[in-house]
Design a protein around this ligand. Sequence first.
Ligand code: NDP
Ligand code: X2W
Length: 337
Amino acid sequence: MLDIGIIGASGYTGGELMRLLFNHPQARVELATSRKLIGQKVSATHRHLKDMVDLEFENPDSQEIKDRCDVVFVAVPHGTAMEIVPKLLDDKVKVIDLSADYRLNPDVFEKVYGIKHQDPRHVVYGMPELHPEVKHEKFIANPGCFPTGATLAAAPLAQVSMIENVVFDSKTGVSGAGIEPSQASHYPNMAENVQPYKLTTHRHLAEFTQELQRLDNSLTRISFTPHIIPSVRGILTTAHIFTKGKLTQYDVMDLYAEMYQDKPFVRVVDGIPSLSAVRGSNFCDIGFEVDTRNNRVVVISAIDNLVKGASGQAIQNMNIMCGLGETTGLWMSGVAP
Ligand SMILES: NC(=O)C1=CN([C@@H]2O[C@H](COP(=O)(O)OP(=O)(O)OC[C@H]3O[C@@H](n4cnc5c(N)ncnc54)[C@H](OP(=O)(O)O)[C@@H]3O)[C@@H](O)[C@H]2O)C=CC1
Ligand SMILES: CC(=O)N[C@@H](CCC(=O)OP(=O)(O)O)C(=O)O
């Protein structure tokens, strides 16, 4: 049985880690940290965990965390994980960081985030479908939520260098913004509305670019615009992929089926993916239609931002890093309808 520590357990991804780990047969949550809720019951904040997680929040020092845990998930805001992670790394403990701090080359990180990196190092990007080397690592950087759905949507066409230009248009649920309320999450602003934001400059563009250029280093035309929709969970991404030549529906199906044939959490679906079909699950559903007149493939991906976009993918990585079956504790459907 693996003893798990969660740093930042009072937040949304921390709560989701505990919900998912409750059903994991080979892991138990040993400690859940919070700075401001020390001594309070975890289930008073995460009410869905009542009678399932019998822990109180605590805030031990890093030596105690390492002594008590085999695996530590760091689920704190970007810019703060880099202060916590270096103190946790040693030969015994495996660390999975859910923040953006270690996903990019440190030089790129500093430019995109405008923060001086306190712990610059190269870390494997924890998207198991594209990075099988996760299995040899003791520390990995878990991907961002938008980059998960978007990268998986375009990877099969990038891998064969067929992309001339790709435009990602994503719709996200509000939980992507974390537990702290903001203008964007304020009910009158969010309900019955769609809020586009950071139209051309979202920080996740650097992550798609890094991952898609690993597959095709000539690909430079990558654009992204996110929108918040009045939904709690889920990201639906429409990728308009303009290709270098004509492709048929069969060509594209072959590429996607081949790339994802042994990837249990990517389902290539007939028709259009649905957020409801993945909500609560670790699946990324992908569907597409070829627009032959314009040499365009419209690819749709759907994920739950808190599961495949964060905590579920983090547990998938833990399973692989710890030599467990990749789907252990995660093999469950979405909650449709
Ligand atoms: N929400 C999402 O869909 C996704 C989030 N992520 C990333 O995962 C990380 C966690 O996200 P999420 O759970 O949504 O965030 P939340 O804001 O919901 O929770 C983060 C928690 O971290 C704790 N915290 C904040 N600052 C610090 C600090 N300086 N030191 C230690 N603990 C701190 C807070 O707990 P307390 O104040 O109680 O100590 C807070 O509850 C972020 O980096 C986020 O960008 C990644 C993919 C998807
Ligand atoms: C709705 C919303 O605000 N979403 C967040 C993305 C959340 C996320 O998961 O990104 P990181 O892990 O890189 O922080 C945003 O647009 O910044």
